[in-house]
Design a protein around this ligand. Structure first.
Ligand SMILES: [Zn+2]
Length: 292
């Protein structure tokens, strides 16, 4: 972890210098964490004609109650008094950028009942407090269709306001954003099951690269489908490798796994850090591996 500290400190110092220099330009929007964990489709609908004028953000079509996460570290503010926005949230990012999360969940069931309230556990993440400081990637809300999105599909209306000023199109920032495999939980552990196919097995480095198609993570049992992303896992010698019938395969046989073989990897319980949630190579350690 020590080697990670230096760049962080440098980045913070650079940020302060830019903010305090006279005549400094508006601070830049940083590279974001993608605001939704799981399925999200979007296009650049910023500026599209709407009843109340131009569309001020991008709509990310999601599944009901999928997690919305902090795109950067910052402070949250709940906002519940706009009939159009429904349940919404401001994220005041550490960079000076303000982000709006609109149409958060207001349903108690998947039947669009509108019986939920704009409260933590309903629209805001369970246990989250108004005014709380959050880490990048920490879950802050559940996606839904409150406000004037009630007859639209579940979606997150996401806005980006550099330096707290006028909205700009989030599209380029979304395209460049880093996607999480599961939400970051600064003080909690996670475990995940990754289902896909072998891309590469390295018996010397004890690593396994999977093209992951589906993923489920705990706590929460969050399911992500259509992931289509490679993840490089570490495979300690102690790992139990088996076939679907339960027959054990010697761990030393790791290198003999063939490209394209179906595989399910369960990860060892570990802290849900940003490095783990991003699927950083070798940050996820395998505990059990079933090869099809
Ligand atoms: Zn919208």
């Amino acid at each position: 972890m020590r080697r990670l500290l230096t760049p962080v400190v440098l980045a913070l110092t650079a940020g302060l210098a830019a903010a305090s220099a006279p005549g400094a330009a508006v601070p830049k929007v940083p590279q974001l964490i993608f605001p939704v964990v799981g399925k999200a489709t979007y296009f650049d609908d910023f500026g599209a004609a709407r009843g109340q004028g131009g569309h001020q953000g991008n709509d990310l079509m999601t599944t009901w109650r999928s997690p919305a996460v902090a795109v950067e570290a910052g402070k949250v503010k709940f906002h519940t008094t706009s009939a159009r926005a429904g349940c919404m949230l401001y994220l005041y990012g550490a960079s000076g950028t303000t982000y709006l999360y609109i149409h958060l969940n207001n349903d108690l069931t998947a039947k669009n009942d509108n019986k939920g309230k704009c409260v933590a556990g309903g629209s805001y993440w369970n246990g989250l407090k108004d005014g709380a400081r959050v880490a990048a990637g920490q879950p802050i809300a559940y996606n839904g269709n409150s406000g004037d999105a009630d007859q639209a599909g579940y979606h997150l209306h996401f806005e980006v306001h550099p330096a707290g000023g006028a909205a700009v199109s989030p599209f380029a920032y979304l395209n460049r954003a880093k996607k999480l495999l599961f939400p970051v939980q600064p003080d909690a552990n996670f475990t995940a099951a990754l289902r896909g196919n072998v891309v590469k097995a390295d018996g010397v480095a004890r690593s396994l690269t999977l093209m992951v198609d589906r993923l489920q993570s705990w706590p929460g049992g969050l399911r992500i489908t259509d992931l289509k992303r490679t993840v490089q896992l570490s495979v300690p010698p102690s790992v139990v490798i088996s076939n679907p019938l339960g027959a054990l395969i010697a761990s030393a046989q790791l290198a003999k796994l063939k490209k394209g073989q179906p595989a399910v990897a369960w990860t060892a319980i570990a802290p849900a850090t940003i490095e783990a949630a991003l699927g950083t190579p070798l940050m996820l350690s395998t505990e059990r591996l079933v090869i099809g």
